[in-house]
Design a protein around this ligand. Structure first.
Ligand SMILES: Nc1ncnc2c1ncn2[C@@H]1O[C@H](COP(=O)(O)OP(=O)(O)OP(=O)(O)O)[C@@H](O)[C@H]1O
Ligand SMILES: [Mg+2]
Length: 261
């Protein structure tokens, strides 16, 4: 089966800044591709290309074997690529269910008699959330009252409900506590098990490792390594991310500090 998404030696410059170069990876249905890297590594640049926010200027981007260059996020969405950004484009005072539909609310009647079908909206949202195992007491409550983790979960359920083939998550667990991060990762795994291809961006190897099938490590815009899960363990992944030898030197230094009274 061909991958849902594939990038081959992709690159992007902003003026004189090389934000990304020679990056290759695949996203398969029912799998999680995890993009790891420190600040400024090029993670957001990569997903912005996949999401149609920016265009690559080198290499190839293929969607189900067809080379593409999206002119807008709308175009990416039309290809079934849904992106959940860290700051989540939600309207905090609007209810959970209105945010769930945002722009595609169900209506009742037609022409000048068309009105928002609130009952259907509420029920559909509740059902879609419960299908993902998310139990929200009240979908009428403002989205602003949800925790960061709950908002991420609603956004994931929304992408699944609207039929996304690929789900891109930019650091969904960055601002979350241990327990909430665990819950979000559970829904990432659920989206994967429903057959979506997931791109998970994080700088935490402990969040990446349990759910990912492959890892793409970036450093200053360039690939640092690309691994299938079977070829790497959590310790090695952490070591690679921290820059291997650099980390050992740092640990050594810290031990010296501890020793000094
Ligand atoms: N719109 C832009 N114009 C100019 N330079 C940019 C732009 N966006 C990103 N860059 C530069 O490209 C490089 C990669 O940035 P990117 O945002 O992709 O990193 P990141 O891995 O997402 O980092 P973080 O973990 O901090 O979010 C950085 O050096 C950044 O300064
Ligand atoms: Mg980023």
């Amino acid at each position: 089966m061909s991958p849902l998404l594939e990038v081959r030696d992709i690159g992007k410059t902003y003026g004189s800044v090389i934000a990304l170069r020679d990056v290759s990876t695949v996203v398969n249905a029912g799998e999680v591709t995890c993009v790891l890297g420190d600040n400024g590594a090029g993670k957001s640049t990569l997903i912005k290309i996949l999401a149609g926010v920016h265009q690559h200027d080198r290499g190839e981007f293929l969607v189900e074997d067809t080379p593409v260059k999206f002119a807008s996020p709308r175009e990416a969405l039309d290809h079934g690529i849904a992106t959940v950004y860290q700051d989540l484009a939600v309207v905090p005072l609007m209810s959970v269910w209105r945010n769930f539909f945002l722009g595609s609310e169900p209506t009742i009647g037609f022409g000048p008699f068309k009105a928002l079908d609130r009952r259907k909206g509420r029920e559909t949202t509740k059902q879609a959330l419960s299908d993902m195992g998310i139990d929200l007491r009240d979908v009428e409550q403002p989205v602003g009252t949800l925790s960061g983790g709950e908002r991420q979960c609603v956004a994931i359920a929304r992408a699944v409900y609207f039929g996304a083939k690929v789900l891109i998550l930019d650091e969904p667990t960055a601002a979350l506590g241990v327990k909430q991060a665990g819950v979000v990762l559970k829904y990432v795994a659920q989206a994967r098990d429903r057959g979506l291809g997931v791109v998970l961006i994080t700088h935490n190897p402990h969040h990446a490792f349990p759910v990912a099938d492959r890892f793409l490590l970036l450093k200053r815009g360039a690939p640092l390594g690309s691994y299938e899960k079977k070829d790497i363990d959590i310790n090695e992944l952490t070591r690679q991310m921290a820059g291997g030898a650099e980390l050992e030197a740092l640990e050594h230094e810290l031990r010296q500090v501890e020793k000094t009274p």
